[in-house]
Design a protein around this ligand. Structure first.
Ligand code: MG
Length: 500
């Protein structure tokens, strides 16, 4: 093998080690660290981040990438070597365009903005957050200016999460999706509502967590290469091919969320555990994009975990664990309850039928902000207007409206659409899976997920970051990301549940 490639792999392996060491610190911060540790931890993370950045953007790395591009110019673009050089070059180019002083300034501005957002949300007063959001937006626009002009300035932001994807593509997808989801919700609202009070009784935390552990063990989550802890916000994190962790939380007033968040995070984790071990510590390791990652978590949480066959298998055990809470409840009633559709203010609590509308609203506002077509002071009013238009409800205050999400306080614009795209990709993959595994429902009804996980490993997981998201989806399903499979999925599911 090329000596230069070996050298690049060594250097990038060290950069990856630094990133994963930061991940360990971040995991500890959320799982174990006492409140007094915050300041020192912040410094440690900043130091590690700086060293990693310096190492990655060194002249030696730049020269190696240039030489290797020439050396592998004739290689099969789908070979591991060519793909690795391509991704390293893309990341290097991005990293070099953004000056270190800008990164430092953004860290300071966003940490102040985060504090202001916490206060503003607590007091439900947008005016506290407004100047910070304006400052964040200014920095976002400056960030965009570091890159060559794109079809749309928002493309630059989107590309950081969905490599190769264009704003126009996402808009076109959402334009098809929006009216159909709005119509579906209206149709459901006119029907008899489902009963779900038994989901909100008192459930024992330990028993629920144990139940989730049992389920994801059957899914195929590998405990020799993983563990689950508790954290205020559930997440998945990777320290290496052999150490892929998840967290969950318990909410007194929404106990079943513990179970579904475990299923969700296990989907992310199995994607990481399914990586090709040969990609370890290289730029090929990891998810193809945030949307592809989210497609995996949503699939295990929703397409599997909120399906009738799944509960035909697991409901008897759940009922045995919680006999008084589920007294008199049959599997069908339970299935309907966990799939209840109800327009609500808070995105993270939204059901499958309404969720994407929360995202579309945010995408439209973000694009308008980046275009300068929207005055920040009008944001709360426009937010509420769109909530009425899409979901038929008006937030009672800004905490339940424009201030609910943390993302804009970090200056992170361009992220939201990946959640909705993840939903779409999950359904698109699902149609292909059903065509390939004819008796999938029967397998799930027996608690056998091996064929499903094997399919995902082969078609999606093992490729790591080799393909851009649209290329991967096209390869696996025969078309780029499209809303139709998700619309078919929702329509069929809710027609049955609500008798539409
Ligand atoms: Mg997720």
């Amino acid at each position: 093998m090329s000596e230069k490639l070996e050298r690049l792999k060594t250097l990038l392996g060290e950069v990856a080690d630094l990133g994963r060491a930061s991940a360990v610190l971040g995991w500890d911060q959320q799982v174990n660290m006492p409140p007094g540790g915050g300041e020192a931890r912040g410094q440690q993370l900043a130091t590690l981040g700086k060293i990693a950045q310096e190492k990655f953007t060194s002249d030696e790395v730049g020269q190696l990438i240039e030489d290797l591009k020439a050396e592998f110019a004739g290689a099969d673009p789908e070979s591991d070597e060519a793909a690795m050089i391509r991704i390293a070059a893309r990341n290097y180019d991005k990293a070099k365009r953004v000056p270190p002083e800008f990164v430092a300034e953004q860290a300071v501005v966003s940490s102040k903005a985060f504090e202001a957002w916490v206060e503003a949300k607590g007091k439900s007063d947008f005016s506290i957050f407004r100047p910070h959001l304006e400052k964040n937006l200014e920095l976002v626009k400056r960030y965009i200016s570091f890159f060559p002009p794109a079809d749309h300035p928002y493309d630059v932001l989107l590309d950081d999460y969905e490599p190769g994807m264009k704003t126009a593509e996402v808009k076109a997808i959402f334009d098809v999706l929006r009216p159909q989801q709005v119509a579906l919700i209206k149709a459901i609202a006119g029907k008899k509502q489902v009963k779900d009070d038994f989901l909100y009784k008192k459930y024992n935390e330990k028993k629920l967590i144990d139940f989730g552990v049992n389920v994801i063990t059957k899914f195929g989550y590998d405990w020799k290469r993983g563990r689950q802890d508790k954290a205020p916000h559930p997440f998945q994190t990777t320290f290496g091919w052999g150490d892929v962790r998840i967290t969950t939380r318990f909410e007194e007033d929404n106990p079943l969320a513990t179970l579904f968040s475990t299923l969700h995070e296990s989907g992310h984790a199995m994607y990481e555990q399914g990586q090709n071990p040969a990609y370890e510590r290289t730029p090929l390791f990891g998810g193809a994009s945030l949307a592809i990652h989210e497609s995996q978590s949503r699939m295990w949480e929703n397409l599997v975990g909120r399906s009738l066959p799944f509960w035909e298998h697991f409901f008897p055990a759940l009922k045995k664990t919680f006999p008084s809470q589920l007294d008199g409840v049959g599997v069908k009633a339970f299935y309907k309850a966990i799939n209840k559709v109800e327009p609500s203010f808070i995105r993270v609590n939204a059901d499958e039928a309404t969720y994407n509308l929360h995202i579309m609203l945010r995408l439209e506002l973000e694009i308008a902000m980046v275009e300068g077509a929207l005055d920040i002071k009008d944001l709360p009013a426009i937010w509420n207007e769109k909530m009425r238009e899409y979901l038929g409800i008006t937030p009672p205050n800004d905490a339940k409206g424009v201030l609910q999400d943390v993302h804009w306080s970090y200056g992170s614009i361009g992220y939201f659409s990946t959640y909705a795209l993840g939903n779409l990709v999950s359904a698109q993959l699902w149609e292909r899976i059903r065509a390939d595994i004819k008796d999938l429902d029967d397998q799930i009804r027996k608690g056998d997920f091996s064929a499903l996980l094997g399919w995902l490993r082969e078609k999606v997981h093992k490729h790591g970051q080799k393909y851009e998201p649209q290329v991967l989806v096209q390869k696996v399903t025969g078309s780029k990301i499209t809303p139709e499979p998700y619309i078919r999925y929702l329509t069929q599911k809710y027609s049955e549940i609500y008798g539409l």
